[in-house]
Design a protein around this ligand. Structure first.
Ligand SMILES: [Ca+2]
Length: 203
């Protein structure tokens, strides 16, 4: 009885894995990597990205993460932020996103992580954003980067900037990724959006 039960658990696990494997090789990358993360499919929600609340550094404001197809007409990852309290206006105030990858990613040959970032200039009186990437797994990625304070001004009032974070190339696989949107002396209150997170090859 016990072994039969174990067997059925194992079978269910194997079936789930099979389904997942098929889904994740389907092209547009559910939690996957081939095309990075574009957040265009509402059915995938945040596509496994979440908040690493226990790893926030000096950030105590409200925060929420969601998939948003309305604000720009195509899907993006939305993060609602609140740096209004003085204690959240330090030089490095870091809420952090995390993804535990369903399949490990070989990062050999990559030299930077890039994403599109959208913010509302009217949602702040001061300060800027910075960014950071980090992984806990054996192939280390640990790099900080800047986020431009001005860029393409869109009709809906948001500014679009391209963010590129170079990191020291390393061989190996990662199974997690942390991505921080860091407040740097800012009092920003409102949503920011991230899209097209992708690794870029070494130049
Ligand atoms: Ca998108």
């Amino acid at each position: 009885m016990k072994s039969a039960k174990l067997c059925s658990v194992a079978a269910a696990f194997a079936a789930a894995f099979l389904v997942f494997s098929c889904a994740s090789t389907g092209g547009s990358g559910g939690g996957g990597f081939a095309g990075g993360w574009n957040f265009d499919d509402p059915a995938k929600g945040t596509d496994r990205w979440g908040l690493a609340r226990s790893e926030f550094y000096q950030y105590t404001g409200d925060i929420a993460i969601s998939q948003d197809s309305e604000t720009f007409g195509d899907g993006k990852l939305r993060i609602d932020l609140d740096f209004s309290a003085p204690e959240n206006q330090k030089d490095w105030c870091e809420p952090k996103l995390v993804i535990d990858l369903p399949r490990s990613i070989n990062i050999g040959g990559f030299g930077s992580l890039a994403y599109d970032f959208y913010f509302d200039p009217s949602a702040r009186n001061q300060g800027n954003f910075q960014t950071k990437i980090f992984t806990n797994t054996s192939a280390p990625i640990d790099a900080n980067g800047g986020i431009p304070s001005s860029g393409e001004e869109l009709e809906n009032g948001f500014t679009h900037v391209e963010v590129v974070i170079p990191f020291k190339p390393t061989k190996g696989f990662i199974t997690d990724l942390r991505l921080s949107i860091v407040g740097s002396g800012t009092d920003y209150v409102g949503p920011v959006f991230i899209d097209n997170i992708r690794f870029l090859p070494i130049e």
